[in-house]
Design a protein around this ligand. Structure first.
Ligand SMILES: [Fe+2]
Ligand SMILES: [Fe+2]
Length: 323
């Protein structure tokens, strides 16, 4: 674990991190603000080189230079610590960040287009930083992790990026809502929630980048490749659904010694809040947070639409069930 903490290299593309100990609160606040707002000076058509360059410029300009090693983890009282340690997410969270990093890096290195290659390489580096942040957190609060299964470098790099990208689109949408719920409740101290805030916003940037990459990729690929590509996209959704159902079944059967919840972003409202919320209310919060987190970025960039779209469709049913 400590090796992973020390291993984080400088970010790619000439970006730099805030100097250790040398940053005042105002500078940090300005960097955080910059990470949430971006507008392209020029217009662009979706699928054009200008669209690709604007997506990369957004991603690079909104880079948040925080250094994981200077995060000051707040002291928790015994009850808050127990709640945190008891969340069934730590193993899966650390492993997911590690997997996302490797898959994105593999795609970035193989990408035929060097601009997207650079953007996804930076995304991979940010996943690495997430893993380091989580490693610090689990160390700070004495959370024991299972040994990590080895992650194999993917051979089909496009498939790997599609799986990671869509999976982040699903998980981030629900994480936005749960995080807001945790912020509103008194379950965790506000300093802890604030400490995690940049990580959650970074996931919004990641799926914004992915949505624009996907649209650009679709527009620019040869027409005869498109049916196969769309079949793969459907395959990815089927795989993600199967993965989530499979994990839920495995947990029901008690197969894991310490069950980890890959559906936590969908089922976790009770674990992060003392306020009773209905499924409909949680989905409403997820939708509002989804809009709020993307609001600061150029409206001409595309947003992920599938998960919020499906939830919007399901909302009347959930409201009806609540009655
Ligand atoms: Fe991440
Ligand atoms: Fe991410």
């Amino acid at each position: 674990m400590s090796a992973a903490i020390e291993d984080l290299p400088p970010p790619p593309s000439g970006l730099t991190l805030a100097p250790r100990g040398g940053v005042d609160a105002a500078t940090l606040a300005a960097a955080d603000e910059r990470a949430r707002h971006w507008r392209s000076p020029a217009g662009f058509a979706i699928g054009s080189d200008a669209h690709r360059d604007a997506s990369w410029a957004m991603f690079r300009d909104t880079f948040n230079p925080y250094k994981p090693s200077v995060i000051d983890w707040p002291k928790l009282d015994a009850v808050a610590r127990e709640r945190l340690v008891g969340l069934p997410i730590w193993d899966i969270a650390v492993q997911t960040e590690g997997k996302a990093r490797l898959r994105m890096r593999a795609y970035a290195r193989a990408a035929a287009d060097r601009v997207w290659g650079q953007a996804v390489e930076l995304n991979a580096w940010e996943e690495w930083r997430h893993k380091v942040v989580l490693s610090h957190l689990v160390a700070a609060y004495g959370i024991a992790l299972e040994p990590e299964p080895p992650v194999i470098e993917p051979r089909d790099t496009e498939w790997a990026y599609l799986v990671t990208g869509f999976s982040e689109c699903i998980d981030s949408f629900f994480a936005f809502g749960l995080f807001e719920l945790a912020r509103r409740s008194a379950f965790f101290p506000p300093e802890l929630v604030e400490t995690f805030e940049p990580v959650i916003q970074e996931e919004a940037r990641h799926i914004l980048l992915f949505a624009n990459w996907l649209a650009w990729h679709r527009r620019t690929m040869a027409w005869w490749r498109r049916p196969w590509f769309e079949a793969r996209v459907l395959g990815v959704w089927a795989f993600l659904a199967w993965e989530r159902i499979g994990l839920a079944r495995g947990m029901d059967a008690g197969q894991a010694a310490r069950p980890q919840d890959n559906n936590f972003t969908i089922t976790g409202s009770k674990a992060v809040s003392d306020v009773e919320v209905s499924a409909a209310e949680l989905m409403r919060i997820c939708l509002a947070e989804n809009d709020r987190r993307f609001a600061g970025y150029d409206q001409r960039l595309l947003r992920p639409t599938t998960t919020p779209g499906l939830v919007r469709l399901a909302l009347p049913v959930l409201r009806w069930l609540k009655k």
